[in-house]
Design a protein around this ligand. Structure first.
Ligand code: ARG
Length: 471
């Protein structure tokens, strides 16, 4: 064997007379990143072994030896004693070859199994765990948002459109908007879980096996069951080894969630600026400047906003990877792992850091109240008042526009105008018109479902606290 060649003894034995060039080995290996699948690979192999015993391919002694061997390998990996070898390409070959070195019967483990259905199995099992973790992280962030809103349930802020002050809302209402988005993200992940949770083992390389495997037994053992505890196995071997839809769905749900986090980040970044001054983020969640001693920067929110780009990019990478692949498995598919792993890691850490940051954020109540008390935010309320007086909304809109113009020319606030000023614009204005500028009453009037009124927001906070309790 020359210096630039390696010997790959498992997948190349028999057919090949020499090992791959070293450059080929390092180009094609995936063990440096897919070793994180080790636990699922081992659990999947144990279930496969037990099934092989049940159909008579392995004796009980052989099966026990294999299971014990796999347990020991798991222990070694956990203790960082396992020697990973790039020559053995991937996590599957590394574990199988370590097993065969310990247990002669290990050579029977790969009966009626291909790495193609094995990797599909490992990925599905890994994803189930990741999805459940992310769903928990989503609940964590929802809880943090609800708590911040609840702690500040009387705080009003301006709601914005076009980043211009529009109408007053309770801070809690603004925060609960994100809770709603995150709820839909949670539901999308739950929905994705359903399609991940189907067992592909038994599909072989692409065309199943001539041996009569008990696929249902494996599915049951590995928790691939429906709500009635019935095993869920894939129905088409070719689809099962080449399907990556569930990964795309996951990346898509994750990308949308990351976009929600990015928008939340943007709000927090704006709110923490001197210009807004609505919030104060605790020192533990901010960073300083290497040059400017006075700076306190909202880097965690900025990084979350930035990392959303990676998550969106990973979705594109995944779609592009699959485009144009003929049936069935193609080695291109090994490239599914890094974007997927990165997506789960990035989204999980973003969700957790955001929750921590929100738990360490306090409101600058005076600044919020000051901004929300701008009577111009209630100009629409004045138009609504005219509507209640029987005036068509388009005309009311026009009249209030004239009122705003008048206040501007007088350099005063809307609520500083006199009834006589209003009457000058339209004689149907009267004293009661100016009462719309009472912000407390204005917030009481917003009482429909979905509105930012005082009772409605209290109702929504109650709903979410109950819904998220203990989660
Ligand atoms: N490491 C490979 C992957 O992730 C496992 C499947 C290999 N299959 C094959 N036919 N080369 O895709």
């Amino acid at each position: 064997m020359s210096a630039s060649k390696s010997s790959n003894t498992v997948s190349r034995s028999g057919r090949f007379s020499e090992g791959p060039a070293l450059a080929v080995q390092s180009f094609s290996q995936s063990v440096t990143f897919d070793r994180r699948l080790w636990k699922h690979d081992i659990i999947g192999s144990m279930a496969h072994a037990r099934m092989l015993q049940s159909i008579g391919v392995l004796s009980e002694t052989e099966c026990d030896a294999i299971v014990r061997g796999l347990e020991e390998i798991g222990e070694d990996i956990q203790q960082d004693r396992f020697e990973w070898s790039q020559e053995l390409e991937d996590v599957h070959m590394n574990i199988e070859s370590a097993l065969t070195r310990r247990v002669p019967a290990g050579a029977k483990l790969h009966t009626a199994r291909s790495r193609n259905d094995q990797v599909a199995l490992d990925m599905r099992m890994w994803m189930r765990d990741e999805i459940l973790d992310l769903m928990g992280d989503l609940r964590g962030l929802q809880n943090s948002l609800v708590r911040l809103g609840d702690r500040n349930r009387t705080v009003l802020i301006p709601g914005y459109t076009h980043l211009q002050r529009a109408q007053p809302v309770y801070l809690a209402h603004h925060l609960l908007a994100y809770v709603e988005m995150l709820e839909r993200d949670w539901l999308r992940f739950r929905d994705a879980f359903d399609r991940v949770n189907v067992c592909p083992l038994g599909s072989g390389a692409l065309a199943g096996s001539t041996l009569k495997l008990d696929r249902e037994m494996v599915a049951r053992e590995l928790g691939f069951v429906d709500l009635d505890d019935q095993p869920r196995v894939t129905r088409n071997s070719m689809d099962a080894v080449s399907d990556r839809d569930y990964m795309v769905e996951f990346c898509s749900a994750a990308a949308l969630c990351a976009i929600h986090l990015s928008r939340l980040s943007e709000d927090l970044i704006l709110w923490s600026s001197a210009e807004f001054g609505f919030i104060r983020i605790a020192d533990a969640y901010t960073t300083g400047s290497s040059l400017m001693p006075q700076k306190k920067n909202p880097d965690m929110a900025e990084l979350t906003r930035g990392k959303s780009g990676r998550v969106v990019g990973n979705l594109m990478a995944m779609l592009t990877l699959l485009k144009g692949l003929p049936m069935t498995y193609n080695r291109d598919m090994q490239e599914d792992k890094e974007p997927l792993f990165d997506t789960a890691d990035t989204l999980g850490s973003s969700l957790r850091i955001m929750a921590g940051m929100i738990d360490h954020t306090s409101m600058e109540v005076a600044r919020c109240q000051q901004a929300a008390s701008d009577p111009a935010l209630l100009a629409t309320d004045l138009a609504d008042w005219l509507v209640e007086e029987g005036i068509a909304f388009r005309e009311a809109h026009h009249l209030v526009g004239a009122v705003v113009g008048l206040a501007e020319s007088k350099r005063c606030q809307l609520n500083e105008l006199k009834v006589s000023d209003l009457k000058q614009i339209d004689r149907r204005f009267n004293r009661r018109a100016l009462e719309v500028f009472d912000i407390k009453r204005a917030m009481e009037r917003r009482c429909m479902t979905g509105s930012p009124g005082v009772r409605e927001v209290a109702k929504q906070l109650k709903h979410w606290k109950k819904q998220l309790k203990g989660k």
